[in-house]
Design a protein around this ligand. Structure first.
Ligand code: PMP
Ligand code: GLU
Length: 396
């Protein structure tokens, strides 16, 4: 059977592939430590679990829901955005999706025609480029500078803008870098996008996982014109430790949202009912678990930062948000005799049994991504193994 050209051209998700590889080795009895996938290691808070149980027992989770999501949850999203963004949307400007990932998928399917271009700042989350391609679009990569926290500037965007540019993706806080754009930086990009009629995709999924003095601003908050030109993508996975429940949402231009709902009605029908009731409790119930989990991540970040700096050749910027370090390992690669990070990561897994994600999946092959969304013991042991591995390879 010949597979479609689309599928042949598609790369599997590098983050999920790295996590799966680590799991497969573990299943063979190998003591693998995984700092791969970005998902909170906490159980979903009890009140959310209980809301799901109640929904099942009452029978209301047994049935299809509206393709756009249950009205109560759409209203909860409106209220959530009102409270956290100070912006008012109507329920018709919202859609509940099977994770933020599927919100992005629906969005690209809705707005892109063949050969439309989408600007993606590098480094980028692994799924953006592949989802754009699946929708027939062309990912156009805009380079950034490490010295500027890997944040794209209008001058970088102008280098890649063309008459075909349809959209730009801004992911702040960023996976993989953990960096946050300031309001001024976002405003400059937002005004540029409005001036050139370029849709802004604001992936705000890490907006509540922000550390120290740093604060989160969404692109949609900067001016009315920018907001009208922006689709906000968000969800409950990271904030509420709900990755497995698969609930995300999108908010913005009604015609675009209605297009997304139409595709949802012909593909998944609706996000899983029980998960929607759980997400409703997440958004409307007790918010204290969010802060408790955030504090644990922040502690890990502060403890891990000096340990990573002590590994030979690691050039580490301290992230402001998320639960990732994106480390420039070009010096380490040289010391250890590698050309690029993918083979380094492979040997690290096979020889030292520590799993990371190669930067190549994020568009930068001299980098590795290290997730600290796991318990401290695993993190500490992984760092010891990584350091010993590098020292052995580099004969230090
Ligand atoms: N955007 C970014 C930047 C992410 O890292 C993720 C990770 N899962 C998602 C979107 C999608 O999240 P989910 O589908 O679990 O809501
Ligand atoms: N977004 C997380 C990560 O980057 C989860 C896996 C995925 O969906 O890519 O690791």
């Amino acid at each position: 059977m010949k597979l479609s050209k689309k599928v042949q051209a598609l790369a599997p998700s590098a983050t999920l592939a790295a996590a799966a590889k680590a799991k497969a080795l573990k299943a063979q009895g190998i003591d693998v430590l995984s700092l791969t996938v970005g998902e909170p290691d906490f159980a979903t808070p009890k009140n959310i679990q209980q809301a799901a149980i109640t929904a099942i027992e009452s029978g209301k989770a047994s049935f299809y829901t509206q393709s756009a999501g249950i009205p109560e949850l759409r209203q909860a999203v409106v209220d959530y955005i009102e409270e956290n963004y100070h912006l008012t949307y109507s329920v018709n400007q919202t859609i509940i999706t099977d994770g933020a990932k599927f919100a992005l998928y629906l969005l690209f399917q809705t707005v892109l025609d063949e050969t439309d271009e989408v600007i993606i700042p590098v480094p980028y989350w692994v799924s953006y480029s592949e989802q754009v391609k699946l929708a027939g679009g062309i990912p156009i990569f805009a380079m950034t500078e490490e010295e500027n926290g890997f944040k794209v500037k209008v001058s970088d965007l102008e280098k890649v803008r063309s008459p075909k540019t349809k959209a730009i993706i801004i992911n702040s806080p960023s996976n993989p870098t953990g960096m946050i754009y300031s309001a001024d930086e976002l405003r400059e990009i937002g005004e540029w996008a409005v001036a050139h009629d370029i849709l802004i995709v604001a992936d705000d999924i890490y907006g509540r996982l922000v550390y120290g003095e740093n604060t989160f601003t969404s692109m949609a908050m900067l001016s009315e014109a920018i907001r009208e030109n922006t689709i906000v993508i968000n969800g409950v996975s990271k904030t509420y430790a709900m990755t497995g429940w698969r609930i995300g949402f999108a908010v913005g231009n009604e015609a675009i949202i209605q297009g997304m709902i139409k595709i949802a009605s012909q593909s998944t029908s609706n996000p899983t009912a029980v998960s929607q009731y759980a997400a409703l409790e997440a958004l409307t119930g007790d918010q204290s678990p969010v802060e408790n989990m955030r504090q644990v991540f922040e502690e890990r970040l502060n403890r891990l930062y000096p340990l990573l700096q002590a590994i030979p050749g690691f050039k580490v910027q301290k992230p402001q948000a998320c639960f990732y370090f994106f480390v420039n390992v070009s010096e380490t690669l040289k010391l250890c005799g590698y050309q690029e990070a993918t083979s380094f990561v492979e040997d690290l897994l096979n020889e030292a049994h520590v799993a990371l994600v190669t930067g190549a999946g994020f568009g930068m092959d001299q980098y590795v991504r290290i997730s600290y969304a796991t318990d401290w013991e695993t993190i500490e042991k992984s760092v010891q193994r990584m350091k010993a591995f590098v020292e052995k390879k580099a004969q230090i």
